[in-house]
Design a protein around this ligand. Sequence first.
Ligand SMILES: C[S@@+](CC[C@H](N)C(=O)[O-])C[C@H]1O[C@@H](n2cnc3c(N)ncnc32)[C@H](O)[C@@H]1O
Length: 222
Amino acid sequence: MNKLITTNDQSHSVLSGQFDQSYHSTFGAIQESLHVFIHAGLEEVIYEHPVINILEIGLGTGLNPLLTQIAGAKTKTKIRYTAIEPLPLEKELYNQLNYAELLNVPKEILQQIHDCSWNVFHDLTEQFSFRKIKVKIEDWTPDFGIDAIYYDAFSPDVQPELWTKELFTKLFNHLEPHGLLTTYSAKGSVKRALKAAGFTIEKLAGPPGKREMTRAWGKVKN
Ligand SMILES: C[S@@+](CC[C@H](N)C(=O)[O-])C[C@H]1O[C@@H](n2cnc3c(N)ncnc32)[C@H](O)[C@@H]1O
C-alpha cells in the first residue's frame, strides 16, 4: 500500500508499497524537484523557444507538472507537457498533498492534473497544456519532438528495466537537437547506458543530501 510521508522541507511525498521506495528524496520533495527538473532541465530550454514539449517519466504526485506550470507562468513560453504513468496514485493520497499550500498557489491546477482524462491535452492555463498517458514507458513511443525529458522513474535498484540503453535510445531519437534529459540518478550504469544511447553526459551537483545528479544532452551543448 502507498503511504503519504512528509520530507525534510515539509513537503509531502509517497512511500511506494510496491517498490518500497519514496517518490522523492526524503531531504525535501519540492527542493529536489526544483533542483533536478526545474533548474537543471526546464530553465535550460524555456528561455530559448516560444513553444516547448516536456516529457515526464512517472507522473506520480504531479509535483513536476505543477512546478513547471508555476515556473512557466513567469515567461511567455507555451508549454506542452506529457506525463507517462502506468500506476496512478490513489485519489485519497493525491487529495492530501500539501504542494499548493506550500507553494502558495490555488489547488485547482494539481487537482486538474490528477482528475483530467487520459490521452488528450488539456489547456490548464492559456500557456500550459497537459496530457497524461497511462502506459509503461517501455510500451510507448513518443509522438512529438521533445525539448526536455524529466526522467523520474524509481531507481535502477528496483526497476533496472527502465534504465537501459534501448529505452534511452528510443527517447534520444525523439529529442529536438538542443534537447536534454535530466535525472536525479548519478549511478555509473545509468550514465553508461545514456552514453551508449548517444547522449552527452554532464555531471551536476545534486540536491541537498545527494552529491551528484545527471543531465544528458541530445547533442553537444554549444
Ligand atoms: C520516483 S516516482 C516519481 C513520481 C513523480 N515524478 C513525482 O514527482 O511524484 C516514479 C514514478 O514512476 C512510475 N512508474 C512505475 N513504473 C513505470 C513505467 N514502467 N513507466 C513509467 N512510469 C513508471 C511510478 O508509478 C511512479 O509514479
